[in-house]
Design a protein around this ligand. Structure first.
Ligand code: HEC
Length: 189
């Protein structure tokens, strides 16, 4: 009996303002484990915000991850030298060498890329127009008509030009053929 009265007192203590049509709302505190769980979720949200929203600038947010994955793809493409499809460097070198021999590059750059009275040495590491694959591709594509380098954009596809660029930078450069023409341009670092 006493227990019951206590309960009643308890109830009236906690229901001062919430009584409608005789229905009383109890106001029992949550059990400890629920409260702990609640704080645990708050703590976790802090950890989550820092780790996955990339705060402060830790590179783990979606945008950074996206940019990183783009970078990775770009690296992959560059190592295949932006080829259409996914030829390996070795395949591109073989294809590039064939084009080099067949499309008249020899006339001005020599059969081994050694250069001659007209065109520069393609085997040294000095470049008039830059040593990056993109720069080499651009020279082949657009040419340097005023200096005698033919533009090849209308005779060769982008893929073929890419293959030539890989052939030059990965096969010719570093070889030291006989009668090599003196270096021109600046050394590629
Ligand atoms: C009619 C002559 C001629 C032909 C054909 C020719 N080139 Fe050239 N090439 C030149 C000359 C001249 C230059 C130097 C341009 C300059 O001084 O700006 C040059 C420059 C280059 C360069 C830049 C070198 C550097 O140091 O930056 C590359 C790469 C190149 N040629 C590749 C080729 C390839 C590949 C072919 C064949 C598809 C080819 N060339 C055909 C005359 C020629």
């Amino acid at each position: 009996m006493t227990e019951n009265t206590e309960n009643k007192n308890n109830i009236s203590e906690h229901t001062d303002t919430h009584e409608y049509d005789g229905i009383k709302e109890l106001n029992n505190p949550s059990p400890l484990w629920v409260i702990l769980l609640f704080f645990a979720t708050i703590a976790f949200s802090g950890f989550y915000a820092i780790k996955y929203f990339g705060y402060p600038d830790n590179g783990m947010d979606q945008k950074s991850e996206y940019l990183a994955s783009i970078e990775e793809k770009k690296m992959k493409m560059n190592s295949a030298e932006g080829s259409v499809g996914n030829q390996s460097d070795a395949e591109m070198i073989v294809a590039g060498e064939k084009i080099y021999n067949e499309k008249g590059c020899i006339a001005c750059h020599g059969s081994k890329g050694e250069g001659n009275a007209i065109g520069p040495n393609l085997c040294d590491n000095n470049w008039i127009h830059g040593c990056k694959i993109d720069e080499i591709k651009k020279v082949i594509k657009e040419g340097v008509p005023e200096k005698g380098m033919t533009p090849f954009k209308s005779t060769l596809s982008d893929k073929q030009i890419g293959q030539l660029a890989v052939f030059i930078s990965k096969k010719l450069v570093g070889t030291n053929p006989a009668n090599g023409k003196a270096a021109q341009g600046t050394e590629c670092k």
